[in-house]
Each structure stands twice: as C-alpha cells, then as structure tokens.
Design a protein around this ligand. Structure first.
Ligand code: ADP
Ligand code: MG
Length: 502
C-alpha cells in the first residue's frame, strides 16, 4: 500500500471522504458547475473544484478589493491614451504579427461609439517574500468564470453543512445552530455574475435602441458553456426582452452587415441590430482562422456597436503594457491620489523587457544566473505560454533573439495550503499541497468623450487553486481548479483538521 493509500484509509476513519465527495459531485452537477467533455461535446463533465474553501487572510483580500476601482480607471484611461499605448507596445509591434494587426485595426478605426464597456479581471497571488499581494496579470478580454465562481461559494457552504450535519466532524465544535450557520456564512458571497450582467444592461440602455440585440463571439466547440450561459441568463433575468446571439468569427463572415451610412451593424439572418459585441474569443491568433475573420473584427471595430472590449482596451491588457506601467511616473499620470497610486504600485512585481540595448545584456545575465527567480511571459492570453527554469536557460542559449517576445517577471512565491481536489476524471486527490491565485472582477461603463463613469465597480472574485508542482494557471486548460475563500478568523481550523495526517 502506498503512503497515499494509507493516508486515505486513515482519513476515512474520521472523514467519510467518499461520502462527502459524492455529495459534492451531486451538488456540482445539480447546480451547473459543468463544462463540455473535450472528447464528446454532447456530454458535460464537472469543472474541477476543491472540496473545501482555502483559508485566506481577510486583510489581503480587502486590500486588493479596495484598489480595484482605481485599477479599473487606470486601465480604462490607458486604453484611451494612444501615446502611452504606443510607447508601451513599441518593442513588440514590429516583431509580433498579432499585436501589430490589432494595433493597425485600432489606428485605422474611427471612434463612433463613446460608450465603453469593460469587464476586467485582475489576478493576484500573495508573495510570501514580502507578505504582499502581487499582480499576476490584468485581463481586459474574455474574463471568464464570473458565471461559475458564485456556484463554488454555494457549493462549499453546502459541503460544509453536509460534513458537519452528517459526518460527525465534531472537531469543528459547532455548539449551536447559530454558530454553525454564521461560520458557514463567512465564505464570502460573490456578485461577479450579477454585476457583469448589470454593466452589460447599463451599456445596452446607453446604446439606446430597445430593439437591438447582444452578440457573444465564441470559439468553435466552446466547452465553457455553463459559465457563458450563466451570463446570458443573468442578463435576460434583468431584461427579459433582450435577444442574445452566439456566433463564432467564422459564422460571422457571412452573417455580419455593416451599414456604411450610419455604422450600425446587423445580423443578416435575424435583421437584428447589434448593440453590444461581447468577446469570448479573439484573444489569440488561432481564433482568426482566415482573413475573413480578421475582416469581421475590423468591421465591428469600425461600427457603432459597443465592444467589450474595444481593440484598444484589449491591447491595454498586453503583458508588455503591464511592464510599462511599472516605469516611474506612469501610473501617477492617471491616478492623482498619491495613496492609491502607492497602493497600486505595491502590487507590481519586478518586470523588465529586452528591447533596451544598454540594459539587455545585464538583464540576460540576471536571468541566466537566477532562472528560478523569474517567469518569462509572452504577450499571449489563455495559459500554457510562459517559460520557467530550464526553459528560460534554453531560450537564452538557443534562441536569444526570441527573448524580445517576452517580458521577464519576478516569480511570486505564494503560501502553500493543503486541500482536496476533485478532478474531472472523477478522482479526488486528498492532501495535496496547493497555492491560490485570486482574481478580482471589475466592471466599467464609461463615456469616453465626457469621462463620465456610469459604472465603476468591484464586481466579485475568482479563486483558482493548483498543485505546487504546476507552473501554469487556467481551469479550462486543466492546470487549476475553482475554489473559494474562507476568510473567517479561525479559518485555519478546517484546514488543520483536514490536513492533519493521522
Ligand atoms: P495567461 O493566463 O494569460 O496565460 P498569466 O500571466 O496569468 O498568463 O500566467 C499564467 C500562469 O502562470 C498564472 O496563472 C500563474 O499561475 C503563473 N504565473 C504567471 N506569472 C507568474 C509570476 N510572476 N510568478 C509565479 N507564477 C506566475
Ligand atoms: Mg492568467
């Protein structure tokens, strides 16, 4: 018997873990914590999740919560400032076809719609080196999982209740009913879905045509359908008359009609005028399978439709822009509250690029001598692109000129926790050492001509947990699982009971 099997067996004496896991899966399936099976798109499978919420410090969460509206404003303003965007993107425009193409669309499009809708997600990890929350990246396009993250909070509450009620987990010492429910309530509620829908409705109203529709651009064979449909349901719950269309770029090549007089766009088949284009595709080159797909993107950008995001807002989310913002006196141009800009700056990890010829050799030497202290990140989204450790050394030795595609970022070292992961193959992994990445959703609806902010809100949070031997993140890519936070004062109690090896 392996050590793990022995541990499992001993755990079962106190935690009837299989019983709890079975309950958790029933709950997850019943409440739509699902995505499509990659091998058969007619079947659904559970989105991987953790069985219990991860203990987390409330003050760290509160801190990143408190700076999100300033972060929203910062990215909104960066996206509108061509000079800054161009300066930040300058090193990669000539060498990265994808960024160059987006930049060209932006520069050749006339702004015909002053209303801007953004649904952001700002990802962080706690850096144990300095006990500070540090930004991993700022997502401006396709900020996923707002539709599922609240389900995990409810799931964890249900699991805890079940464990306490049925499994005799007396170590939790719940003396009376009130104490029991207040402890479970300390799992934070999450409004990411509702607030994303509210922002969409606000933008829709400002478009000012009650008969118009919303268009979701999705990838072919999309698997994360419950997340996306949750947003559709939430929007239609707020305004039942809104029609929502789901199309891929390729489908739109024959479907989209741009009226060159008034710059409205329509879908040919339904004759619906499109008020909002919401992108859940378009953030990697592979989503544009031919020139016609690029033409679709160009037409939308030229149109009067409200885009979530605009090309310029998508570009503001590039990792090289994140690096540019760490330079002296940049964020201060946009945030005039000294304290806020100081707090935002405190979340920046050290970053550098390789385009400055003077600093290049020094930076390469730094990487070569300390490859474990940095991550190399290209200007791509969606996970699986970063380089670590030996991959960094290999790149330096074999393809040094490729370094220009990347930014180097100091590695964040998050604290470890022990948990139980439920994986899609139906297995559960007990007692795995994990780390958490926290995403804070921000919603913005603005008039970029008048600077009016109709909505600037912190919408909710996402927790993704992965084993410590995994470098990458991403739930859809299979690296991490959805999780939730226990920020109660005695939050280590559950973790202690659960992780104690008996
Ligand atoms: P994307 O999600 O666009 O591929 P990220 O910047 O989020 O790019 O990187 C992917 C994953 O790599 C993150 O979820 C995180 O787990 C890990 N990662 C990224 N930057 C760092 C860093 N500075 N330190 C440690 N891990 C990192
Ligand atoms: Mg990421």
């Amino acid at each position: 018997m392996s050590t793990n099997d022995a541990d499992n067996e001993r755990m079962q004496l106190r935690w009837p873990i299989d019983d709890v896991v079975a309950f958790a899966k029933r709950h997850a399936i019943t409440h739509g914590l699902l995505c499509l099976d990659p091998n058969n798109l007619d079947l659904a499978t559970i989105v991987p999740f953790s069985l219990f919420p991860s203990p987390y410090s409330y003050s760290h969460l509160k801190f990143i919560w408190s700076i999100q509206t300033a972060y929203n404003r910062l990215y909104n303003r960066i996206s509108l400032d061509d000079e800054t965007l161009e300066k930040a993107l300058k090193p990669v425009i000539p060498i990265d076809d994808f960024i160059e193409r987006l930049w060209k669309i932006h520069r050749t499009s006339t702004r015909r719609q002053p209303i801007q809708l953004d649904i952001y997600r700002n990802d962080y990890m706690l850096d144990t080196k300095i006990n500070t929350m540090r930004q991993v990246e700022f997502n401006t396009i396709s900020s996923a999982f707002a539709g599922l993250t609240a389900i995990v909070a409810d799931l964890h509450k249900a699991i805890l209740r079940y464990a306490i009620d049925n499994c005799y987990v007396r170590e939790l010492t719940m003396d009376n009913q009130q104490e029991k429910s207040s402890s479970i309530d300390l799992i934070l509620p999450n409004d990411a879905l509702k607030k994303s829908a509210e922002a969409m409705i606000k933008a829709f109203e400002l478009y000012n045509n009650v008969n118009a529709a919303i268009l979701f651009i999705i990838v072919p064979n999309e698997r994360n359908i419950c997340d996306q449909n949750a947003l559709i349901d939430a929007v239609q719950k707020l305004k039942s008359t809104i029609r929502i269309h789901l199309k891929t770029f390729e489908q739109l090549t024959d479907e989209l009609l741009l009226d060159e007089k008034n710059f409205n766009i329509y879908l040919k088949s339904s004759h619906d005028e499109i008020a909002i284009v919401y992108y859940r595709a378009g953030y990697i080159p592979e989503h544009y399978i031919n020139e016609k797909c690029w033409y679709v993107r160009e037409q939308i950008e030229q149109s009067r439709a409200i885009k979530c995001p605009t090309v310029r807002s998508q570009l503001a989310g590039c990792k090289i822009v994140q690096e540019y913002l760490t330079h002296e006196n940049i964020i201060e141009k946009y945030i005039n509250d000294e304290n806020l800009s100081k707090n935002i700056r405190s979340t920046f990890a050290r970053m550098f690029t390789f385009d400055d010829l003077e600093a290049r050799q020094k930076n390469i030497n730094l990487l070569r001598e300390n490859p474990h202290d940095f991550v190399l990140k290209p200007n791509r989204e969606g996970g699986g692109n970063n380089k670590y450790d030996d991959e960094i050394l290999n790149l330096i030795e074999k393809q040094e000129n490729h370094l220009n595609y990347y930014i180097a970022m100091e590695k964040i070292l998050p604290p470890k926790c022990t948990t139980c992961l439920i994986k899609p193959n139906g297995k559960h992994l007990l007692h795995v050492e994990c780390i958490n990445e926290i995403g804070i959703y921000g919603t913005m609806v603005t008039n970029v001509d008048t600077n009016e902010e109709y909505i600037n809100e912190v919408a909710g949070y996402l927790v993704r947990t992965k084993t410590t031997d995994t470098n990458e993140g991403g739930v859809a890519t299979g690296y991490s699982v959805l999780d939730c936070l226990d920020v109660s004062e005695n939050n280590n109690e559950l973790s202690r009971i659960f992780s104690e090896k008996r």
